[in-house]
Design a protein around this ligand. Sequence first.
Ligand code: HEC
Length: 177
Amino acid sequence: MFTRKGAIAAASLWLALTGGASLAETPNLGKPIDEAAIEAWDISILPDGTGLPKGSGTPAQGAPIYAEKCAACHGDNGKGGEAAALVSDRQLAGISAAQKTIKNFWPYSTTIFDFVRRAMPFQMPRSLTDDEVYALTAYILAENKLIGATDTMDAQTLPKVKMPNRDNFIIRFPDRI
Ligand code: HEC
């Protein structure tokens, strides 16, 4: 039978149990993560190039890597295939994804490095070395005529490549930059 005394006892027991649980620091799952492990995942490149690793690459070095690891989906010389064209002179005539290309839309050259390193090749992301990613980035930029055919891309030169659409974005919260 439910009595007042019984209810108080039940409430005390409930408090004791939940109070005890909330005092425990963690559910004791997982293990502390160390700096080296964080570093392996901390691969974001900021628009100004912050975070770019050591290494370098040229369009000529990128061309054979592209042919081997990218052309099957993105077509010969980046002209497009099963996956989007990476090299194109299409003008931006609308805001649908199909309209946007690296050359007519992407505001920062550094995003090419970040995206290729973290996401490509599609079936084997994060399998490229930093030098390979610099070379592929150089290749894509050169094929789009955004850098010269012999320019080297590295942590200093890549952020200086100005993308054609960079100034056409409206910064929603400029005071937060
Ligand atoms: C198996 C097919 C496949 C291969 C191989 C592949 N990609 Fe992709 N790629 C894709 C797909 C699919 C997308 C769209 C992904 C998305 O939107 O999330 C994409 C998107 C991209 C984009 C963004 C394009 C845009 O305009 O949004 C870049 C840049 C890119 N890939 C570069 C590369 C490079 C460089 C390689 C070679 C190292 C490569 N890809 C290999 C399938 C592939």
